[in-house]
Structure formats: C-alpha cells, structure tokens
Design a binder for this molecule. Structure first.
Ligand code: GRF
Length: 195
C-alpha cells in the first residue's frame, strides 16, 4: 500500500519538546504526517538525541559552518529536498528565515509561538503577558512569513493567568497546550495539501 503520509521535517534549536509531541502524534495509525527529518542550527540541541533515539535522521546544520545566511539557508533547503520533505514545522527554531527561503514552502511551513498572537511577538512572552496585566495567555500555531511571528494563525489555545503565576509557572502551563495543539495544526495542514 502506498504511504500517503506527508513527509515532515521539524526544525529545532534546543530541547525539542514540541518536536517530541509531533513525533508522538505521528505514531497514530491514521495520522496524516510522518516525521522524516529533524534539523537543528545548534549542534548541542537536546532534541537531536531525542530524535535519533526515535530512529529519525537528525542533522545539525550550524550557521557557523557557512559563510553567509544565504549559504546556511541553502544547506537547510538542500537537506529538506534530500529527504523529500513536504511540510516544515518550526519548533523552538531560533532563527528568522528569509523570504527567499520561505517562498517555495508557502503554505507548508508552520511555527508554534508561546502567546496569543498577534499579542507578544518575539521573546519572553510569559513575563510580558504578566507585566501587561493580561488575564489570559496561551499559544498559537501560525503560517511562517518573513515577518517575525506574523503569519496567519492556524489555531490557538488559551491559558488563564492567575494572580500567583510567575513566568515559569505560566510557561509550564502554556507548554502543555503547545504539545496539544501543534499536532492538531500539523494534522490540519497535512490533510489540506493535495497530493
Ligand atoms: C516553545 O515554547 C515554543 O513555543 C517556542 O520555543 C519553545 C521551544 O520549546 N517557540 P521546545 O524546544 O519545543 O521544548
């Protein structure tokens, strides 16, 4: 029988807990995506070992090994092509990708961000949500465009901010929701792509 699951790569920079959530979800027999490659720009990313432990090819493609941002992005693109990747999931990948890189992946590259976009783009989102006096916070999966955390939102989950929350307690609660919604978003994208 032909394997119709969409070949998916996950790009990480660190621990890779969202990557793990995607790998776990993809083990369900009717899940429409298969994780075929993990790439990290950081050779020390814990997620690389986790992926290899799952039998998934995992490559470190460090910016330092390339003379320019263009050459680094080309190396990432080449690896994606080599594995026949159809969908790219950014999961804690700490680099901004250029429009030139993104263009061929339009509609097929998504990211998870720990805030209710368009609120709190960028870093330190949990502390900023508390400082802003927000009563709810959460996470978003969105299409990736050249603007940071700016692409159209695919799905979101909310978490209430309680009076005794700190950035750390809030991050932990949001992470649970990240792990729940990222597989749902990938499933939606994979089902929407025509063969
Ligand atoms: C997550 O909070 C994600 O939303 C953000 O970076 C963090 C990565 O965590 N973009 P992990 O590497 O998936 O554990």
């Amino acid at each position: 029988m032909t394997d119709t699951r969409k070949k998916t790569a996950v790009l990480i920079s660190g621990r890779g807990s969202n990557m793990e959530a995607l790998i776990r979800a993809s083990k369900a027999p009717d899940y429409p995506a298969k994780i075929v490659l993990v790439i990290s720009d950081n050779p020390d990313a814990g997620g690389l070992g986790t992926a290899r432990g799952e039998g998934i090819p995992a490559r470190a493609i460090s910016r330092k090994s390339y003379g320019s941002k263009h050459a680094h992005e080309q190396a990432i693109h080449d690896a994606l092509e080599e594995f026949g990747v159809e969908i790219v999931c950014l999961a804690g990948f700490m680099r901004l990708l250029t429009g030139e890189f993104l263009e061929p992946w339009d509609g097929r590259i998504i990211n998870i961000h720990p805030s209710l976009l368009p609120k709190h783009k960028g870093l330190d989102t949990h502390a900023r949500a508390i400082e802003a006096g927000d009563s709810v916070h959460g996470c978003s999966v969105h299409h990736v465009t050249a603007g940071m955390d700016e692409g159209p939102v695919i799905c979101q989950a909310e978490v209430p901010i309680l009076p005794d929350d700190t950035a750390d307690t809030l991050a932990a609660k949001v992470l649970v929701e990240e792990h729940r919604i990222y597989p749902l978003a990938l499933e939606k994208i994979a089902r929407s792509i025509q063969d």
